[in-house]
Design a protein around this ligand. Structure first.
Ligand code: 5AD
Ligand code: SF4
Length: 441
């Protein structure tokens, strides 16, 4: 039985997603679960029977955006009280009590391990909100069909949760303990995607290279995925530096389908700050790892995550971060101001860096990275890359866009007959800090 609508048609759901790739993949799973329960997708919240927000709790800013959106949707609900309004994901898990108090119009609050029960939860949401925030250390959603966007690339969750407990991070508290999707289920799912024309798969996990199913570690998993016919490219995100084992490096170096790109979050260039963050490595160990990776994988592109203004970060620590970024010369970086998160190890320590100072440090890391990215991208001018075509470029009529192996966007004039999913050779002629432009050869 599904939720019935006043005119007897199948009920519709509008789902909005915030946050990381894992959340986008979770939303595809939620859509799959709800479709199996008889729901169809609504194009906008105005005409939906159920409105769901899949939320992120990683920084305060992410939560503020969702709270703002919720107050707009509350007005819609006051006009159409029969609408069911629900909050899913990390913020639901993080803010349970406060949310129910601050947003009394919510019909549903559901954490990231409850999506199998979602149809039931929506049905039971009546006068009191239906709340399910149980974390389940065994839930991997293995075998549940996702409703994907389609396209040449698919994101597939390989492991969920995190056991690392970095001092700044709320993820282990909201997503629970580390658990891996059984390899057999993953191989089946990716095999089906390849049969349906998917060319590239991105394996996802908060610490994806900590993957383990019996004797299948992440390196072995990469090899198994590489054996799938029809699949052309394999990527993964995000690995943790401490789990970057020889097995994984060897698989990257020897399996041609595994692409030469790695997002390797460093967070800080100061050993003192890294220790306070409980990251589990020193800058020396991280630099050794980068040297081993670059030695084993020719043409490897690297990106990273940087946090500025963590508790106790002094000017000298910050400068050490700038130095490390310069020394490594990342192809790109995601940069963040430290945001104090309740429950985390560092929460009680509070903030020691003012908001203005965090902004100054953030501007400096962004400016440095822009210059390095531009230099790295300009160095590709004249080179030829196999580009997996994704579709029309966002800007520039008659242009196609796709990704080079290094995950850099390449834009080039469309030749007739070239379609998404095809790999073409592109010679790079110009570059900005964010993309490459070239011609098909
Ligand atoms: N404040 C700022 N950035 C954070 N991240 C995680 N937690 C916080 C926080 N409390 C960043 C880290 C991580 C990325 C996904 O988000 O850099 O790698
Ligand atoms: Fe958060 Fe650290 Fe786990 Fe990454 S490894 S999800 S930063 S606790």
């Amino acid at each position: 039985m599904v939720l019935s609508t006043s005119n007897g048609a199948s009920p519709t759901v509008y789902l909005e997603t915030y946050g990381c790739q894992m959340n986008i993949a979770d939303s595809e799973l939620v859509s799959g679960v709800l479709r199996a329960a008889g729901y169809s997708n609504a194009e906008s919240p105005e005409n939906a029977d159920v409105i769901l927000l899949n939320t992120c709790a990683i920084r305060d800013h992410a939560e503020e955006r969702v709270l703002g959106r919720l107050s707009v949707l509350a007005q819609l609900k006051s006009r159409r009280p029969e609408v069911r309004l629900g909050l899913l994901g990390c913020m639901a898990q993080h803010n349970r009590a406060r949310l129910i108090e601050q947003a009394p119009y919510l019909d549903l609050v559901a954490g990231p391990d409850t999506y199998r029960r979602l149809p039931e939860l929506i049905r039971s949401a009546r006068f009191d909100p239906a709340v399910d925030l149980r974390l389940d250390r065994n839930e991997t959603y293995a075998g549940l069909p996702s409703q994907r966007e389609g396209g040449v690339r698919a994101y597939v969750t390989a492991m969920r949760g995190c056991d690392k407990f970095c001092a700044f991070c709320v993820v282990p508290y909201v997503r629970g303990r580390e658990r891996s999707v059984p390899a057999a289920a993953l191989i089946r799912e990716i095999g089906e995607l390849a049969e349906h024309g998917v060319k590239e798969v991105v394996l996802l996990g908060q610490t994806v290279n900590a993957y383990r199913d019996g004797d299948v570690d992440f390196g072995k998993l990469l090899r198994k995925v590489a054996a799938i016919d029809g699949l052309e490219r394999i990527r993964f995100t995000s690995p943790h530096p401490s789990d970057m084992s020889d097995s994984v490096i060897e698989a990257m170096a020897t399996e041609p389908k595994v692409q030469p790109y790695l997002h390797l979050p460093v967070q800080s260039g100061s050993d003192r700050v890294l220790a306070a963050m409980a990251r589990g490595y020193t800058t020396g160990e991280y630099l050794d790892l980068v040297a081993r990776l670059r030695g084993a994988i020719p043409g490897l592109a690297l990106s990273t995550d940087i946090i500025v203004g963590f508790h106790g970060e002094e000017e000298a620590d910050f400068e050490a971060t700038l130095e490390l970024m310069t020394e490594i010369a990342y192809d790109s970086a995601f940069t963040f101001k430290y945001s104090l998160r309740q429950n985390t190890g560092a929460y009680k320590l509070g903030d020691t860096v003012s908001e203005a100072e965090k902004s100054r440090r953030l501007s400096a890391v962004i400016a440095l990275q822009e210059a390095i990215s531009l230099e790295r991208n300009r160095a590709t001018i004249g080179a030829e890359y196999p580009v997996l075509v994704e579709g029309p470029a966002r800007r520039g009529q008659g242009m196609l866009a796709g990704k080079a192996p290094q995950f850099k966007t390449a834009v080039f004039p469309a030749r007739s007959g070239v379609v998404p999913g095809q790999t073409v050779r592109v010679r790079i002629e110009s570059a900005t800090a964010h993309s490459l432009t070239g011609v098909q050869v």
